[in-house]
Write a protein that binds this ligand. Structure first.
Ligand SMILES: [Zn+2]
Length: 247
């Protein structure tokens, strides 16, 4: 078995916009919460400009859209069993600043995550997602440094998993890890349905989970007890898996 073992500590999800964590990692979040682990979502922005087209077409003002997205994401996080914090850093563009990275470092130091999920570093359709990825990784690096001037203890070495982007082939994304989310998929679906501003995504991400579930079973073999799995999420690892046995 992996020396990383069965994770028991907190899960931290760094999400560029208010919906990203639901589509791409809602299953992992619900799974962690169902195991009694602390799960925290950090939304860097509300996705108010770039991922709220329906609300703009309805004629809502910027502040109203931010409030709407905040409310939706808060309800979705509650359904998944996660805490959520919004940094309201603005989107389209999400700007990378030392100040924003520092705020993320403080969250790392407070949560002390054992697992980190965020966007992959390439996305030619969306500049905010790679920006969030770079800041999430940079903040992890800084949070590990004992000399970094921030509260709390230096961070350990939590593995970082990139969740699946909307157009994976264009983002150099290959599913290296397939996570069985069958037992909690109903929670993910319920959380997706909290995001009325992006209703066109509900069935898309249900279908994707089903396809990844088929691939999970194809790759699982007979010994993992996953013969009844039907739904999965895909991830890539940033850092090597650490183990004392190849399995
Ligand atoms: Zn997004």
């Amino acid at each position: 078995m992996s020396t990383e073992g069965t994770p028991s500590g907190p899960l931290l999800v760094v999400s560029a916009h208010a919906g990203d964590f639901v589509w791409r990692a809602g299953g992992a979040i619900a799974l962690a919460a169902s195991q009694g682990r602390r799960a925290k979502v950090l939304c860097l922005s509300y996705g108010e400009r770039g991922e709220s087209a329906k609300a703009w077409r309805q004629g809502l003002a910027l502040e109203e859209i931010k409030e709407l997205r905040r409310d939706e994401a808060t309800r979705a996080a509650a359904v998944l069993g996660a805490e959520i914090e919004f940094l309201d850093a603005g989107d389209y563009p999400l700007r990378e600043t030392d100040e924003l990275v520092d705020r993320i470092v403080r969250v790392y130091r407070e949560v002390d995550p054992h697992v980190v999920l965020t966007h992959p570093p390439a996305d030619p359709y969306n500049g905010d997602h790679p920006a969030a990825s770079r800041m999430a990784v940079q903040a992890r690096i800084l949070a590990q440094a004992i000399g970094y001037p921030g509260p709390g203890e230096p961070l350990g070495a939590p593995p970082v998993f990139f969740f699946e982007p909307h157009q994976p082939e264009q983002c150099d994304f290959k599913p290296q890890v397939l996570l069985d989310i069958s037992p909690v998929f109903h929670r993910k679906r319920e959380a997706m349905e909290c995001l009325a501003a992006q209703q066109h995504m509900w069935d898309y991400y249900t279908d994707l989970a089903r396809r990844r579930g088929v691939q999970l079973k194809r790759n699982a073999g007979p010994n993992l007890g996953l013969e009844h799995a039907t739904m999965a999420e895909a991830y890539m690892r940033l850092y090597p898996q650490v183990t004392n046995v190849l399995a």
